[in-house]
Structures are given as structure tokens and as C-alpha cells.
Design a protein around this ligand. Structure first.
Ligand code: NAD
Length: 507
């Protein structure tokens, strides 16, 4: 096994590979992109990027600083007027052009995505498809949005509202879906609404972000419409979030970082998609085979690194054994390995910090007497130490970290309940409120549970992570899962300010 990914990290959003003062002249080097021009970051340093799946050295990412962010924000601000001049239909056409360009370069993007993120190539190709989908969805939605004419008491006055971009958007994004998520959540809707963006990707998947910028050069976007600045989150992420000329922040990442950004950027508009701990509830009247198959997918897809993953399964005692049997079959069907092997259907964890968290959650489960039916550790005999075995754990209590915290790894923690009150109380034992799934064969139960669960989206007889970019989703108010709604018209409205204009028809 190649232990190149350190777990004793001081900087948890870096992978555990070194930062160096220079990159070899023949290496792939990912550069910032400001106003269409590629340039090195002001620190002069580079993060070494190795594949979490194969350990091969992929290249180096320039580490930017606050000065790079400042230039990017000012360049973005200057793009507001040209973007407005294109009009809604012009920008929608541009979104379609971007989608076509990405589709034409799908293999190139998917290859690097698979290597850098670690996911199987076929999953990477699907993700690249969601980049195009995000832009096309935004192009269609933006054309159909309407605003109101407001009736007023004064017979000589007319009042109506228009939508305008809020200003420069900071898009700070994570490494689990490094292309699809930014495109669907932020970049597509931003272009459609005429919102210029400064994009800060997660450091461990920055090579592929820079590759997307190279591909997008073919789409000939207005100068400054999309700018990329890479570097450590607490440096460039913080600089963009706190920049006085940034008016809106789209952040997807951990709840802890979300809280830091919110406290550092008072008064700015926040679109936050944060962590989740999605429960899947399997009721006594469920189709248990379907539930096991869907929950298994929800637990192990993307090696569990999905905010809406099935983080825990709450199963009625009467169907527990049958359900676990089905789940074990799904776990047994997972094959980890090289992302380009046709048989590989699960990749490694992306970084050492995620591995460390999984190990802590498993140690807590074992210490309290839980039964690890399969998996439970990093796999032996793999190319790197980041492959975590597909894991099924039973005999847990509400107090276990696997129930309360987001694990973000390929684990299926199973807990049992007897009554609806017990099920809902277990579901609410975590402070997250992003997504849930309910398996039942009666509409009465489906409605009762769907309305009672405090989350942003409930999927009935479907895994917790089902979502499409036209569906609004997000965190329940007051939870650790975020602010606002992402998806379709909701994102487009969130990205814009509603401005009211009144007229006096006599003057
Ligand atoms: P993270 O919070 O460590 O990092 C996310 C991004 O924030 C990265 O680009 C990082 O560089 C940047 N960042 C880090 N510190 C910062 C700071 N002080 N100021 C500004 N930016 C900073 O999260 P992660 O580990 O990269 O991603 C995993 C998390 O993301 C999980 O909790 C997951 O649930 C969440 N997530 C949520 C959704 C959703 O839609 N709700 C989707 C995907 C991931």
C-alpha cells in the first residue's frame, strides 16, 4: 500500500500532499484564470496533486493569495455591463453554447476528474454530463421567469418589480463533485442571470477546475464572466468571501466552514449548501428489497461522499434482518480499484481528512459494542491508503457518531425503531436537516413522514440523494445544513435582487 496521503493534517482541506516552491518544467500546472488569462498565483507556491486512486503524480496547482482574488473580483465586476447587454435570451444561448462545448470535451474532462477525484471513469463521465445539464437547465428556466405588477392604493401610481443580478458572486465549492456541483448550483444560473463569478474550487480537485476553464475558452464567454482563483480555502476562500465588492456568496462545503464564512461576511447574501446526515426510514410496510437496493446505492455511491448520501438507515424492527441481508448483497457487489477498470464501481475517499473522520466514527462504534458486519477499515492491497471498505454496521444507538455526525464515507449505519415517534425522534437526533428518504407502501405513511421530517427534501421510495437541477432543495431552517434553496427557478431568484420600480402616470 502507498501511504502518501498523510492523516495528521494541520490544514484539513488539503489532501496531505506537499506544497512546493516550484513545479518541474515538464509537469502539468493548473493556473488561475482572471478575465480569460491564465496566471500563476501570487504566493509562487504549488500544491502537489496525486491521484487518490492510483497514487500517480498528476500535476501542480498554483496557490493564489488575496491579491489574486482582488484582481479577479474587479475583473468580474467589469463584466456586469457586458453580460447585461446580452439580454436574457442572449445569455441563455451562451449557456447552451457552454453546454455543447463541455459535451464535446466530455472524455478529456472525465479522465482527469476520475484521476483527481478518484471516482470510476463512468461516474466521472456522468458528472461531466451534469455540467452540461446545469447550463441547459439554467438556460431554459431563465426564459420563463416572471415578476409581478403590484396593485397600489394610489390610482395614479404603477408599481412593478424586476430581477437584477446581485453583483459579483463568490462561488466556493467542494471536492466531491468538483465539476457538476459548481455548474448546476452556481455557474450555469450565474451566466443565465448575468452574474459574474469568482470561483474558488477545493484545492484537492483544482486541476480539473482549471481544465474546465481551458475547455470553456472555446465557448468565448464575455471577459471576466467567470474567473478562477485557486489556493487554500482559509486564504483565497476567505479573501473572496470578505471582499467588499463581492455581494453574494454561494458556498457548498462543511457546516463548520459555512459558520466561519457567515461570521466573516456579515451583510452579504448567502446561498449555503452545507453538510447532511440524511436518514433513510424503512417502515414495516416497505418493499424491503427495493429499500435495501436504494439505501445501498445511497450509502456507497461516490464512496459515500455526497451531502445527501444515505448517512444512516432507520429500520422497523420487524423488517430489520431482511433489510440487512439485502444491504449486505449491495455491499458485496462493490468493487474498488483503478477508475478506468470496467469492473470498478466504487472509488477511494478523496483525501486524508475524510479518511481520518471515517476512522474516528468507526472507532466510536466499536467502542460502544456495535457490530461491524462487513468492512470497517481502509482496504488492504490497494494502490493507496484512501480506499475504505464498503461497511455495514448494526447495533448502534442514537448517541453514536455514525448517527449524529456526517461520516462522508461508504458506510451504512443501521438503527432500529418500533413506533413512528421513535423513528422521528431518531431522525431528529442529528442537527442536520438536508435530505431524507422514506420507504413505505401506503400514501398515508408517505405523507405523514414526509410532512413530519425537518429536512429540505424527502424522497419517497427513492434514495436520499435523488435530485435534479430543476428541483429546489437545501437545509431546513435552523439546522446545520444551509441557507436558501438550490435548484431551478429558486436559484435564479436567489441570485437576483428583486427591485421595485414605481411610476406616476401624471408626471
Ligand atoms: P470544506 O468546508 O472543508 O471546504 C469547502 C470549500 O471551502 C473548499 O473550496 C475550501 O477550500 C473552502 N474553504 C475552506 N476553509 C475556508 C474558509 N475559512 N473560508 C472560505 N472558504 C474556505 O468542505 P469539504 O470537506 O471540501 O466538502 C465536504 C463538505 O461539503 C461535506 O460536509 C458535505 O456535506 C458538504 N457538501 C454539501 C453539499 C450540499 O449540496 N449541501 C454538496 C456537496 C458537499
Amino acid at each position: 500500500m502507498t501511504y502518501i496521503f498523510k492523516t495528521d493534517l494541520d490544514t484539513p482541506n488539503l489532501r496531505g500532499t506537499p506544497i512546493v516552491d516550484s513545479a518541474p518544467s515538464d509537469a502539468r500546472v493548473a493556473l488561475n484564470n482572471i478575465g480569460g488569462a491564465f496566471a500563476e498565483g501570487e504566493t509562487g507556491q504549488f500544491l502537489e496533486i496525486r491521484s487518490p486512486a492510483t497514487a500517480e503524480l498528476l500535476g501542480y496547482v498554483t496557490m493564489g493569495g488575496a491579491g489574486d482574488v482582488d484582481r479577479a473580483v474587479r475583473t468580474a465586476e467589469a463584466a456586469l455591463a457586458p453580460l447585461a447587454q446580452l439580454g436574457t435570451y442572449g445569455r441563455a444561448a451562451l449557456c447552451q453554447r457552454v453546454a455543447d462545448t463541455v459535451a464535446a470535451n466530455a472524455d478529456r474532462l472525465a479522465r482527469l476528474l476520475a484521476l483527481e477525484q478518484g471516482k470510476p471513469y463512468k461516474d466521472a463521465l456522468d458528472e461531466v454530463g451534469t455540467v452540461s445539464l446545469g447550463y441547459r437547465n439554467a438556460a431554459e428556466q431563465v426564459k420563463w421567469i416572471t415578476t409581478d405588477v403590484i396593485q397600489v392604493a394610489d390610482p395614479f401610481k404603477r408599481a412593478f418589480s424586476i430581477l437584477q443580478p446581485k453583483g459579483v458572486l463568490a462561488a466556493i465549492t467542494p471536492w466531491n463533485f468538483p465539476l457538476g456541483l459548481p455548474a448546476m448550483y452556481y455557474l450555469g444560473p450565474a451566466l443565465a442571470t448575468g452574474t459574474p463569478v469568482v470561483w474558488v474550487p477545493a484545492p484537492t480537485t483544482s486541476l480539473v477546475a482549471a481544465e474546465l476553464m481551458e475547455v470553456l475558452a472555446e465557448a468565448d464567454l464575455p471577459k471576466g464572466a467567470l474567473n478562477l482563483v485557486m489556493g487554500a480555502g482559509p486564504v483565497v476562500g476567505d479573501a473572496v468571501a470578505t471582499h467588499p465588492r463581492v455581494h453574494s456568496i454561494g458556498f457548498t462545503g462543511s457546516s463548520a466552514t459555512g459558520r466561519t464564512i457567515a461570521s466573516r461576511a456579515p451583510g452579504k447574501h448567502l446561498m449555503f449548501e452545507l453538510g447532511g446526515n440524511g436518514p433513510t426510514l424503512v417502515l414495516e410496510d416497505a418493499d424491503v428489497d427495493l429499500a435495501a437496493q436504494q439505501a445501498g446505492f445511497g450509502c456507497f455511491a461516490n464512496a459515500g461522499q455526497i451531502c445527501t448520501a444515505t448517512e444512516r438507515v432507520l429500520v422497523h424492527k420487524a423488517v430489520h434482518d431482511r433489510f440487512v441481508e439485502g444491504l449486505m448483497k449491495v455491499a458485496a457487489g462493490k468493487k474498488m480499484g483503478d477508475p478506468f477498470d470496467a469492473g470498478t464501481n466504487m472509488g477511494p475517499l478523496n483525501n486524508a481528512a475524510t479518511l481520518q473522520k471515517m476512522q474516528e466514527h468507526m472507532a466510536d462504534a466499536r467502542a460502544t459494542g456495535a457490530e461491524v458486519l462487513v468492512g470497517g477499515d481502509a482496504a488492504d492491497g490497494m494502490a493507496t491508503n484512501l480506499f475504505f471498505e464498503p461497511t455495514v454496521v448494526t447495533g448502534l444507538s442514537a448517541a453514536n457518531m455514525l448517527n449524529i455526525e456526517e461520516s462522508f464515507g461508504p458506510v451504512a449505519p443501521v438503527l432500529t425503531f418500533d413506533t413512528m415517534d421513535e423513528a422521528l425522534s431518531l431522525a431528529a437526533s442529528s442537527n442536520y436537516g438536508l435530505s431524507a428518504a422514506v420507504f413505505t407502501s401506503t400514501t398515508r405513511n408517505a405523507w405523514a413522514y414526509a410532512e413530519a421530517l425537518r429536512v429540505g427534501i424527502v424522497n419517497i421510495n427513492e434514495m436520499s440523494c435523488y435530485w435534479e437541477p430543476c428541483i429546489p432543495a437545501g437545509g431546513a431552517a435552523g439546522s446545520d445544513s444551509g441557507l436558501g434553496r438550490t435548484g431551478g427557478l429558486y436559484t435564479i431568484r436567489e441570485m437576483c435582487d428583486l427591485k421595485t420600480i414605481t411610476f406616476d402616470v401624471r408626471r
